[in-house]
Write a protein that binds this ligand. Structure first.
Ligand code: 5CA
Length: 445
């Protein structure tokens, strides 16, 4: 992409309404624009990042054997009356009437909708296990929408629902989700710690939240510092292997890690003193097992091996996709702007032309752009007629992990400069070597 032809409405000034750095940087980098309280327009750069996160979530869900589909955002209240949640859900549910006076609502979550599809089409235990999911906009009329996309009213969520014959099978689905979520966050360069949590309006008594540690996090967390040493890494996971998924689950959840909702001071005191940590975290996902809480009232049953009808065991599992973008920036920035991890960046590298209009510099930039593109990489070429300082400031704000700087002086010696956004280290090399270096970095991911 050429910056002169793209649409990135960068803000020069710090927006005063933004209290935390991710919100400030998303506004300044022209990623989002507030439409109304807690509701955002996703400008091209923000939208591009959202799609990248969605793709990672999709890939990891499909890898775990889960099936993508899409539900409507506007749902009939009748279904929610059947489950008993319509009256109880409270002010967070946005309710409306259609022209015929029928009660409708904007989905804050979708247990009912998925259970309804299931009960209409699945009859036999032979069709289980089954996990369906979607990545779809949700609306929760939060009393205090704040921190930009972190606590929005409209937000993008991946929500998945497992249907199993027995509790045991459903707990395997729970463990499978835990593992797939760990993989998802690690691929994004984030460490999210699973912590025992409270189930809230979703229900059930078995639930974990995933928290990314950050000073600006809304949740207070208590944990054994050893949990941060545990990584999934590149190990092979077989999602059908019950024992392996259970093993990973135990490995990641046996040390003390709780949110304030479930914190037990006496248990925390058992953690060796030098490992006790009290910090803040951003909740980027939550998994639930709630048994037959929805399948019973909604009549989601299957015929089991003995020919009897039995309600299915269910759980639901959510990832805050739009919130993750905020969490990523909270975890990856400096005073000059965003620093995208190589695993998720809107463009693989930037190209800065120090002297736009100089025949040689223009040609060298174009050649770099073409070579990178031919290798399947996606560069952002700052080809604007701007002074160098402005170009560097914009590139730092946008946060691409690598930058190639091209100027007439370097070209005289046959070199360009390759700079890491994270370390600030620069290296001179030939344009060919620069392309090879960038290609190598992304090939190794
Ligand atoms: N039905 C279940 C799982 S599918 C569910 O709704 N779970 S949840 O309430 O925990 O939401 C899942 C994830 O959505 C949360 O972990 C959080 O990351 C994200 N989320 C929840 N509320 C908001 C919000 N107001 N703004 C942005 N993200 C949110």
């Amino acid at each position: 992409m050429r910056l002169s032809r793209y649409f990135v409405p960068v803000l020069k000034e710090n927006p005063t309404e933004a209290q935390i750095v991710s919100h400030r940087l998303m506004l300044r980098a022209g990623m989002i624009k507030q439409a109304s309280a807690g509701i955002y327009s996703w400008l091209p750069l923000g939208f591009k990042m959202l799609r990248k996160l969605e793709n990672i979530v999709h890939e990891e869900q499909v890898r775990a054997g889960h099936i993508p589909m899409l539900m409507p955002t506007l749902q009939s209240a009748d279904l929610w009356r059947e489950s008993g949640r319509y009256d109880g859900y409270g002010e967070e549910m946005l309710r409306m009437k259609d022209r015929h006076g029928r009660d409708m609502l904007f989905s804050p979550t979708a247990e009912e909708m998925f259970t309804d599809v299931f009960r209409s089409h699945v009859n036999s235990y032979k069709d289980l296990p089954l996990t369906l999911y979607q990545i779809q906009w949700k609306f929760r009329d939060e009393i205090r929408p704040r921190f930009g996309v972190m606590r929005g009213r409209e937000f993008l969520m991946k929500d998945g629902y497992n249907f199993d014959l027995t509790k045991e099978d459903a707990l395997h689905a729970y463990n499978r989700h835990l593992v797939s979520y760990l993989r998802t966050y690690e691929r994004m360069g984030l460490q999210a710690i699973p912590m025992r949590a409270d189930s809230g309006p979703i229900g059930g008594d078995y639930t974990h939240e995933f928290l990314v540690l950050a000073e600006t996090g809304e949740s207070e967390v208590f944990y054994d510092s050893k949990v941060t040493d545990i990584k999934l890494g590149k190990r092979d996971i077989n999602y059908d292997d019950v024992a392996q998924c259970q093993g990973v689950m135990e490995e990641f959840t046996s040390l003390y890690a709780r949110t304030d909702e479930t914190h037990e001071a006496a248990a925390f005191d058992q953690v060796p003193e030098d490992r006790r940590r009290i910090a803040r975290g951003i909740e980027v996902g939550q998994i639930f097992y709630f048994g037959t809480q929805y399948s019973e009232p909604l009549g989601a049953t299957v015929v089991n091996e003995s020919g009897e009808r039995t309600p299915v065991h269910m759980g639901s599992h959510g990832i805050g996709v739009s919130r993750l973008l905020g969490a990523l920036i909270e975890a990856n920035h400096d005073e000059n702007g965003i620093i995208w991890p190589e695993g998720v960046t809107p463009f693989h590298c930037g190209i800065i032309n120090l002297k736009q209009g100089d025949e040689e510099a223009d040609a060298a930039c174009q050649a770099l752009y073409d070579s990178l593109t031919a290798l399947g990489l996606d560069p952002l070429y700052d080809d604007r007629n701007e002074r160098a300082g402005g170009k560097f400031a914009t590139m730092d704000l946008l946060g691409l992990p690598w930058r190639i700087t091209v100027g007439p002086r370097g070209l005289k010696n046959g070199v360009v400069e390759v700079t890491s956004r994270r370390t600030g280290d620069s290296e001179e090399m030939t344009p060919t070597q620069a392309v090879e270096k960038i290609a190598q970095i992304y090939a190794n991911l």
